[in-house]
Design a protein around this ligand. Structure first.
Ligand SMILES: *Cc1c(COP(=O)(O)O)cnc(C)c1O
Length: 463
């Protein structure tokens, strides 16, 4: 019997592994220190097995180590950021970066990547406030008096509660104490901000008098939170924004409206019912919070709109410096605002195009892709009606009629993985034992690339 010490001596060294041709270094990565770290990890894992009493030959050990390193390299390639063709039909897919930016915003990010006049007016050569122009455009677009930009809507909530209500109570309906996803829970944000949560009403019914009865000397505000990712129906009551605003005016209590989604255009004619930002501002909310990368269609940002007195208090807060947006975000926001303020934002904003795309047009896209590929005999491909969703904590429950390419006759999870390994990667969804590619979220410009990637996977699948 071979001793443990002899077994351990059979473990390969990093140099030996590095010389083996079976070691596949993924294109694009190829960072040597990373590779060496994976080899060490793989060898450590084998050592643990050997210590547990498993017996291997030197060849088996080498094979195991190389297999594991190749697996770690593939996992690394899978998380290395790269362009994705989103064929999930989820327009605001949080795992895929939410809103795709307008061309104009992409160009401005590129320009801002070098030196940029983020805090200088080039006309005077003097310093001007960061985001001054963004704020002005935001006010023109929404009717708000003033605005500040922070890192995301969660930061906006934190900033707002801290500045307006630290040490005081903020009244919230039990029907709106939400978890947004990614562990973002409103009660926890309250705790960190120093504001105290004062819950009123029940899960399904909160009346105006519930809010009114809870107002006292310690009240710092009332917050209304948009139910971003679920809807309540049935035996449900809550006061309208106008009623709440009226109560707040009468009792001199500030009203905070956490909209989240930040819908700018009225999308009712496209079957999407979502409160608009300007409606919330004009209904009388003192402060309105929204994300930059949901229905606004811009980069990740938290936009706080509101009355001058509150916004200037936020601007002076030490939190501002901690939460402020960087030059790339500001450049993209500015360009997205220009698009919203232009004659026809639908033409320039990919998000609006995707949300409003007619299903007949999506069907034509599917037909185009299918016409561009040679399909192996063992594979079945078809076009079928499906439903897309808005996603990303906006317009809960909304379903948009769409069309998808269905690929069957092959193992759907393996086929999906092969599509994800393409560059640009293709992400679809699996449904009823087939792979569905919903083309609502695929732009016309991406169609040839999608066809090319499909072809490469088909060619590998052909029998
Ligand atoms: C999405 C959302 C948030 C969080 O926004 P992020 O920009 O992702 O931080 C907060 N509140 C509401 C109501 C939301 O819908």
């Amino acid at each position: 019997m071979i001793s443990l010490a002899d077994q351990l001596r059979l473990l390969p060294s990093a140099d030996e592994v590095l010389r083996r041709p079976e070691l596949k270094v993924m294109p694009g990565s190829g960072i040597r220190v990373q590779l060496v770290a994976w080899i060490r990890q793989a060898v450590d894992e084998c050592r643990d097995k050997v210590r547990d009493g498993v017996v291997f030959t030197a060849d088996e050990l080498m094979k195991r180590v190389i297999g594991r390193v190749n697996e770690l390299a593939r996992l690394d390639a899978g998380r290395m950021s790269c362009s994705v063709i989103n064929a999930t039909g989820v327009v605001l897919h949080t795992n895929l970066g939410r809103a795709p930016l307008a061309e104009r915003a992409v160009r401005r990010i590129e320009e801002a990547a070098g030196y940029v006049n983020v805090e200088m007016n080039l006309e005077t050569g003097k310093r001007n406030a960061r985001s001054e122009r963004v704020v002005e455009l935001l006010c023109l677009l929404t009717g708000a008096e003033d605005a500040v930009i922070v890192n995301n809507c969660a930061a906006a909530t934190m900033m707002t509660l801290q500045v307006m209500a630290a040490g005081r109570e903020v009244i919230v309906s039990r029907g709106q104490l939400v978890e947004i996803g990614g562990g973002y829970r409103l009660p926890e944000v309250f705790e960190v901000s120093g504001a105290r949560l004062r819950e009123v009403g029940t899960t399904n019914r909160t009346y105006l008098h519930d809010y009114e009865d809870a107002i006292n000397d310690h009240t710092g505000g009332i917050i209304r939170v948009h139910r971003s990712n679920f809807s309540l129906s049935g035996f449900v009551t809550e006061p309208s924004s106008a009623e709440l605003a009226d109560l707040c005016r009468r009792r001199s209590v500030p009203l905070i409206d956490d909209l989240g989604s930040g819908c700018i255009q009225d999308l009712v004619e496209f079957g999407l019912v979502e409160p608009t930002v300007s409606a919330s501002v004009s209904a009388g909310a003192d402060v309105v919070l929204m994300s930059g990368d949901k229905l606004f269609g811009g980069p990740q940002a938290g936009i706080i709109l509101g009355r001058r007195q509150w916004i200037s208090a936020m601007r002076k807060s030490p939190l501002m410096r901690a939460l402020r947006a960087d030059k790339l975000i500001l450049a993209a926001l500015e360009a997205t605002l220009e698009v919203h303020l232009s004659q026809n934002p639908m033409e320039e904003l990919p998000l609006l195009q995707m949300l409003t795309r007619q299903s007949s047009r999506i069907r034509s896209s599917c037909e185009r892709v299918v016409s561009l590929v040679r399909i192996p005999e063992n594979i079945n491909i078809g076009i079928e009606a499906c439903e897309s969703e808005v996603g990303g904590g906006s317009i809960p429950g909304s379903r948009l009629p769409s069309f998808a390419i269905r690929i069957a006759g092959t193992n759907p999870s393996e086929f999906s993985q092969k599509l994800r390994r393409c560059r640009p990667a293709v992400v679809g969804r699996i449904q009823d034992d087939g792979v569905l590619l919903d083309l609502r979220t695929v732009s016309d410009a991406q169609i040839p690339h999608l066809a090319e990637q499909l072809q490469s996977v088909f060619d590998g699948e052909a029998v």
